[in-house]
Design a protein around this ligand. Structure first.
Ligand SMILES: [Zn+2]
Length: 182
């Protein structure tokens, strides 16, 4: 399933029992276009790194919701320190300066190991993400570059009065093969 023969990290400073392993994966991460726009907007105003908290559903696919929160943080061109509890948010996106398209070891041991999903934003795009799986003190971070930005769907109330429906309508009853026409 996952290649477990990758780089092995252990982090005695944080937790003596915590071992972090990074494995390559082909998991798909879907992010709403709105969240990409949010990052672009922040990047226009901020010259340091930054971090945005989001919510992700981890399943066969990893799907990020459109809610976001910018926590209080101290940021430099090489680091972000979040200064409030964001435990209600299980995923984070943080930025790197142009050209730094991979997570640092510090990222792996802190941001990535502490969130279900961590996405790196660089140069206007989402570059790489890790999805966290954990068991018995072992943290496996599944690394993927398969990050798809999806257009947000809006529920619109469109005027369809010019469309005259002719013919029959059919409905299908649960558990029945019968079609009813009316
Ligand atoms: Zn970083």
């Amino acid at each position: 399933m996952y290649n477990l023969h990758n780089r092995f990290y252990s982090n005695p400073e944080w937790d003596s029992g915590l071992h972090i392993e990074v494995v390559e994966s082909k998991l798909v991460v879907r992010v709403p276009a709105k969240i990409l726009d949010v990052c672009a907007s922040i990047q226009e105003k901020i010259t340091t790194e930054f971090l945005v908290a989001v919510k992700a559903t981890i399943g066969k696919e990893v799907v990020v919701g459109s809610d976001f929160y910018i926590p209080r943080q101290k940021a430099t061109v090489a680091s972000v320190n979040v200064e409030e509890n964001i435990s209600g948010w299980n995923a984070v996106i943080h930025s790197h300066p142009q050209g730094m398209q991979s997570f640092s070891i510090v990222d792996i041991e802190s941001i990535n190991a502490n969130n279900d999903l961590s996405i790196l934003y660089e140069g206007g795009s989402f570059r790489v993400a890790t999805i966290r799986l954990q068991k018995d003190g072992l943290v496996v971070l599944c690394k993927t570059t398969n990050i798809q930005v999806v257009l947000d769907r809006n529920v619109l109330d469109v005027d369809v009065s010019n469309i005259q429906q002719v013919g029959y309508r059919s409905c299908y009853l649960h558990g029945s093969e019968d079609m009813f026409y009316f």
